[in-house]
Design a binder for this molecule. Structure first.
Ligand code: ADP
Ligand code: MG
Length: 673
């Protein structure tokens, strides 16, 4: 599944990134929601602000409107009380009075200024003096003025009425209705009525009798004074990107009759109509309407309120609108600032997050590095324990683990060394055993030969010796042959001794064992050699372990061994020295060790291996049989012999004998002739 695959990849990210991502996962939605709500609120606030302003502007526009109405009312009232107006009514329209009334009309920018008599018949239309005599008593303004009321207000004027006042006015009021999207359906394609600001006042004579009515007015249609004044007063002519910010319009019904909203050609957009929506709210329901609206070609924030006539009927709309653009731009600027701030804040948060994450994950990273170092073989590496939190505990445990590893590794190495030593030892033992085997083979064959030779040579030697002695007895001492004969006898004796030794070596008679006190045997042998030792200036020292038990041995044979070793020791110390005889229990097993240590000349290493060979000797008169014979005897007794020697310092011969006599079968094969 791809989503689980993505999850997997997310989880596989480095710890630091993961932390930052999780922080962001929490922060981002909060930030986005805040940003969203913030911008919405901001938009709403700015639009509300603009709407409040446009409402206020509409109120200001009404003030301008009413002021104009008031000034019309005041001018009409004042003019009604002037003498020439009374005179016209009383004496008929004289030429110069007519001119004066028209001058008045022009001075105050009125479109009409008309006099009617007390019955409501027109006496004089200042704009069109020829048009008179018609009845205007049904006009609500005239009717009220005849009842002595001062009346001012807005009024819809029919085309016929306008034509009576002046065909140019009817012309001004005529509009071809411009097709306007969003406006309501309208059957007529033109409009010909006018809308007028109008005031009417009664005219009295000297005695205070009603003699007529004066009414004057201002036609709104295509008269832009008022809307431009609103624009000037309310919006102070402010412009934005070359456009007027504020606009004002007077609607007659739903039709724009005076406006400073411009169309696509830059002309005042008169003849266009209000949207159906506004028409319904303002014209039909009489409500004020404040909202953003698309007016002609721009979006405006607009306010519309109904204009009512003196009978409180809704006849038109007063409108002000502010270009929405400046507010939208303001909103965008605020939003941009807001966004930039948010981005900056996000960057700071990101930096902070990565800093925090880095610090939190640092101990773990160190630990990973430490693991690598240790894995590469540096077992002495440790991590520093920084904080006392979980990472601190981890570091402590990690170090403890590394300690244990280090120790275990050391033990292993130690063990390896021990093993090596053991192997060496075993190898040596094996070689010794092999050497011993070879030696006994050699001795066995040598023994056979020696026995044969000795046997053959012994009888002739005996007869030579006997005959030499017989001849010697008969030969007087002064005989010159006597000396030679003696030499023959001596040398023959020496030969006999060698032969005897050979026989001894070869014969190896079976052992006659008996429980023997070996210490005692050592002492008695030493005693026999006492003389020989003292002559050679050799001191004999004894360090015997008296607790040794009796050993089951052939006493005579063992004495021969001991005597051989002691004689060799004495002979190795030509200038005297010390022969130390000691005995002790072996530490390696059920053995007794007997040591013969001298302070003599020592044995060169190259001779070590040949010492036990028959006939190996370094002495002029030696037979080289002593150690060979001794070896055989010790082996027969189930023992071993070892030598430690150092040239110039002395030698130690160690005879090891078993404390318990060996079982018959285990004895090494005896060497027999
Ligand atoms: N204690 C010793 N110190 C030095 N060399 C010794 C000692 N014992 C034996 N030897 C050497 O061993 C050789 C062989 O000894 P052995 O078999 O008794 O024959 P021999 O004594 O007749 O020479 C000797 O010639 C001598 O070189
Ligand atoms: Mg000897």
């Amino acid at each position: 599944m791809p989503s689980s695959h993505l999850m997997r990849r997310l989880l596989d990210l480095p710890l630091r990134r993961k932390m930052i991502l999780s922080f962001l996962a929490v922060l981002a939605p909060v930030g986005i929601v805040t940003l969203f709500i913030g911008t919405r609120l901001e938009h709403r606030t700015i639009i509300n602000l603009a709407q409040a302003k446009v409402r206020h502007d509409l109120a200001s526009a009404w003030m301008v409107y009413n002021e104009r109405l008031n000034s019309i009312r005041d001018i009409v009232r004042l003019s009604a009380s002037s003498g020439f107006v009374q005179a016209i009514l009383l004496a008929g329209p004289q030429e110069d009075w007519v001119a004066r009334l028209d001058a008045l009309r022009r001075e105050y920018n009125f479109d009409i200024l008309t006099l009617a008599d007390a019955r409501g018949r027109v006496v004089l239309r200042s704009r069109r003096p020829g048009s008179a005599g018609d009845d205007v008593s049904t006009d609500p303004f005239v009717r009220r003025a005849l009842r002595l009321e001062l009346v001012a207000g807005t009024q819809i004027i029919s085309r016929a009425e306008l034509e009576k006042e002046g065909p140019d006015l009817a012309e001004r009021a005529y509009f071809r209705v411009v097709e306007t999207p969003m406006a309501a359906e309208r059957p007529e394609s033109y409009a010909e009525e006018g809308m007028m600001l109008k005031a009417a006042s009664h005219v009295l004579d000297e005695r205070g009798e009603l003699i007529g009515v004066l009414y004057g007015g201002l036609l709104f249609n295509r008269n832009y004074d008022l809307v431009d004044q609103v624009k000037e007063i309310v919006f102070k002519g402010e412009r934005y990107n070359g456009r007027d910010i504020g606009t004002a319009t007077i609607f007659q019904g739903d039709l724009r009759i005076a406006t400073n909203v411009l169309d696509a050609q830059g002309e005042r957009a008169v003849g266009t109509r209000v949207s159906r929506e506004v028409e319904e709210a303002v014209l039909e329901k009489g409500e004020s309407w404040v909202a953003r609206a698309f007016v002609v070609r721009d979006w405006y924030i607009t306010a519309y309120e109904p204009i009512r006539d003196v009978d409180d009927r809704i006849i038109g709309i007063l409108y002000v609108g502010m270009l929405e653009r400046p507010y939208i731009d303001l909103r965008n600027r605020v939003m941009l600032t807001f966004g930039l701030l948010a981005a900056l804040l996000s960057a700071v948060i990101m930096l902070l997050l990565s800093f925090i994450a880095k610090n939190i994950t640092r101990p773990l990273r160190l630990m990973v590095e430490a693991t690598d170092v240790i894995a590469a073989g540096d077992l002495s590496h440790r991590v520093e324990v920084g904080l006392q939190d979980e990472t601190g505990h981890l570091a402590t445990s990690f170090n403890r683990m590394a300690d244990n590893l280090d120790k275990a590794y050391d033990d292993l190495r130690q063990w390896g060394r021990t093993l090596e030593k053991r192997v060496e030892e075993r190898t040596r033992e094996l070689r010794e055993a092999q050497d011993a085997l070879i030696r006994s083979e050699k001795l066995a064959s040598l023994g056979k030969m020696a026995a044969g030779v000795a046997h053959e040579v012994n009888n002739p030697l005996t007869s030579i010796l006997i005959n030499a002695h017989l001849v010697l007895e008969r030969c007087p001492p002064d005989d010159p042959a006597h000396e030679n004969l003696t030499l023959i006898a001596d040398e023959t004796l020496r030969c006999a001794q060698v032969v005897k030794g050979l026989l001894e070596f070869a014969r190896q008679t079976p052992a006659r064992t008996a429980p023997t006190d070996v210490n005692d045997l050592v002492e008695r042998t030493a005693q026999l050699l006492d003389m020989q030792a003292s002559v050679r200036n050799v001191k004999i020292v004894k360090e015997l372990d008296r607790s040794l038990p009796l050993l089951d041995l052939d006493k005579a044979k063992l004495q021969q061994v001991f005597s051989n070793l002691m004689i060799n020791a004495i002979e190795a110390m030509p200038k005297g020295g010390t022969l130390t005889l000691s005995s002790r229990r072996s530490e390696d097993g059920p053995y007794a060790d007997f040591l013969f240590a001298d302070t003599g000349i020592g044995i060169p290493p190259e001779n070590m291996n040949r010492l036990f060979d028959p006939f190996f000797t370094t002495k002029t008169l030696g037979t080289g049989l002593g150690l060979a014979v001794s070896y055989g005897i010790i082996q027969q007794s189930g023992g071993t012999i070892k030598i430690h020697s150092e040239v110039g310092r002395g030698s130690v011969f160690i005879v090891r004998l078993p404390l318990v006599s060996p079982v018959e079968g285990d004895r090494p094969e005896e060497v027999r002739p």
